[in-house]
Structures are given as structure tokens and as C-alpha cells.
Ligand binder design. Sequence first.
Ligand code: ADP
Ligand code: MG
Length: 446
Amino acid sequence: MDVDITPRARKVLVFVNPFSGPGKALDIYQKRVVPTLAELDLNFHLIITERAGHAKDVVKTIDISEWYGVIIVSGDGLIFEVINGLMSRPDWEHAIHHLPLGVVPGGSGNALCCAINSHNGEPYKDNILTHSLFVLAKHKIKALDLVAVDTCEGRHYSFLSITWGIISDVDIESEKYRSLGNARFTVGALVRIVGLRTYHGRLSFLPCEPYRCHTSRSTSCSTWEPSVNANTADVVTSQPKSRSLSCPDGLGDSATEEVLRSRLQHGGPADEPLTPVFPEEGGGDLETVIANSSTPAADSTQLTCDSPSRGDAATPRPVETALLPPLSDPVPASWVTIEDNFVTVVAAYESHLGPDIIIAPEATFNDGIIHLMFAKAGISRSSLLKLFLSMENGSHVNSPDIEIIKVKAFRLEPITPGGVIAIDGEKVKYGPIQAQVLPGLARFMA
Ligand code: ADP
Ligand code: MG
């Protein structure tokens, strides 16, 4: 969805985080952003962020009508801040629609920039900056899915990902290698694969398309089909998908339904069981993990929020999220629930998590889909390393070690204590978390 805007009428607000990534954001701003904006004859106002939360506080109170957009010279963390600042305004709906975000890669994690460049057929590994500036110059505004996320500390709005297990461990633990730039993730991944942990938890979700459980190993798992109550749908039928439950923007179209129905009737990829390699009970050498030595002991009860309501709002909950019950209530009976030991659970809504991770190759900015994926315990260290390496070109989606489901909403309830959950690469309070996609809510310069 493109939106016409006459940019020259107003000015842009530029945030620069001098501490993002290898600390070059200010240099990038002075040497590259200023000349670009000057060439475009755009007025701009610079704010160098002084602390975490500074940009969020600023966009909470600005007069939206004064600005053409916001340009963020940092990593994904500052984009997250700005989105949450806009969403906490009383006029959030107007603000998030009328203040497009422009992104210039200055951080160590520049996933949105990578996705934008990649979707334009431009380089996203090297020389990413030049094309990001070119994107700003084009004045093309597009819609961006956001995801409403309830955590124990309240509501957040996310544009990129929710991660648990090895992916979030690597993201957060590698902060100490920030000076390495993007290489921090590679170093962090190697460290974490050696000291592999597994996490027990419950994952529930509302699929966009018929879902059949792939492994009998899960403690619980149910089949889901759009027009049949999941509780009674032991046998998946080929009834047409109900409109209200089909995926937006192309996934609910009749051609896709036809493919799905045909797969259900005649077998094929959607039906093929995955065959993860599990070690023999009670054993396994170094290469056949479940590395219990590095794994906190699993408790039989799940973690709950200290205050089991929706918690104090990190950002107020302005948006009605009809698919999400209160975090303290059970998920709807029609959702699929899997309880298992996981190595990682990732929910992604952009194609890239960085220049070396094409996490969801099919994802587009406004597809209204959460690409939910998980790898279960039992995967060997060498397979996990292969899985990480195959993420570089997105071919992990074909791996039997990972399962990927398109969903509209999900809930993750960790049972193993002491892990890390990150939203858009930012660590949040560890505990139950649930999310629902808000198709095309935000605007960005694409
Ligand atoms: P990176 O990709 O390097 O992590 P981010 O844009 O994600 O860069 O920023 C990392 C964190 O820095 C964010 O959580 C943001 O809130 C915070 N931040 C912003 N400005 C400052 C500052 N002046 N000092 C310290 N932290 C800051
Ligand atoms: Mg970050």
C-alpha cells in the first residue's frame, strides 16, 4: 500500500544513537545523512539520544502535523523505541499512520534495513548504507505490520521478532561483543552452541492454514483446521476455509486454498512428518545433545506473571486485540498447543534478522502473518550449527530440524526458569508472552 505524501511541506526528525553498533552512527549522520537530506531540500531536526528511552519520550509528545517523518540512525532497538512511543500516545492511530519511519543502519542489528534492501533487490550485506539513503530519497511510503505483544510487564508493539532460547540468548549475551558490529552474532552463536541449553515450555498458536502436528514426541499437540473445532478435529477434513479465519493479503485466496486442500487430500509437504533426531534416552555423546548440564532444571509448573493480570502497561493497550485473552486466562480451546523441550522458538514478521540471517524468506512487510518457528531439543550440536549456517540463505526452512507455521496469534509459556525472551532484539521480563499481528498498522519509507 503506497501513500502519497508531499515531503517538502514539512521537516524530518532525525534520531542518532551515538552508542549503537560500533559507535559510528554520528559519523554516518554527519558524512552521509546530512548531505542526502540537503540534496533533497528537506528540513530536519537532529536529536542525539542521551539514554535508552529518550527517543520514545520525544515522540510521545511531538506535534505530528509538524513532521514529515522520523529518520532513525541506529539499530533495531531505536526503531522499537520510536514505535512504542507513538503507540503510547492518546492519538496513536493518527500518529502511527502519519509519521513514516525511515531507517539508516547505524546499529549492530539492522534487520529492517536488510529486509528493505533485500526486497528491493539491493545488497544487504555490504554497502547497505548507500541504498538505505537512496530509499529515503525516493519518498515511497508503505504499510508495515506491527505485532501487539503482552508480557508480564505489560504491552509492547513489535515490528521484527520475538525470540526465546538460543536465538535470544545469542542476541542478548553478544551485547558485550558490540564493538564487533554484526560479527557479534556469529561469535555469540558459537559460544552458545558449545554451551547448548534446552528449554521446557508450552507453545500455543492460532494458525493461518490447516495444521497437523508433526511429532508424537510432544506432551500435547492437536491438529487444527479452519472450519472445524480443533477439539473435535482428530481427522483433518477438506472443508473450505472459513473467510474469517483465512490469512489476509493473498494467503486466503482461492489458489492458496486449493493448494492447501489438495495437500490435505493427497498428502505432500504439508502432511509429511518431520523426523527430528533424538538421542537415546539417558545417553548421547557430545554430538548428540540434550545438554542438561547447561539447562536449568525444568519445573512441572509454568512461570506466571507476578501480578497475573495484564501487568503494568509498558505501553498502554490502545489497540483492541480480539484474538488475545488476558494473559492469565487459558488460550481459546480452538488453538493448537504443543508442550515440549525447545532449543529455540522464534516469531518473525520480517524476512531478515540481520545480514546473515534470512529467518523467514517468505515474509513481506504487510502480509499480516507471524512466521512462527521452533527447533526442539534433541538436535545435535553439528545439526544446530548447520541450521544456523543455512539461515544465511534461508534454506533452514527446508530442514527437518525446524518447524515453521504461519499464525495470526500465539502464546509462549516458559516452564524452565531463567531464560531470555527478546522482542525486536530487546530483552523483556521473562515469563509468559502472547502476541497478535496488527496488519499494516505502521508506515515506513520503503
Ligand atoms: P544496536 O543494534 O547496536 O543494539 P540499537 O538501536 O538497537 O543499536 O540500540 C541499542 C539500545 O541503545 C536501545 O535499547 C536504545 O534504547 C539504547 N539507547 C539509545 N540511546 C542511547 C544512549 N545515548 N545511551 C545508551 N543507550 C542508548
Ligand atoms: Mg538492538
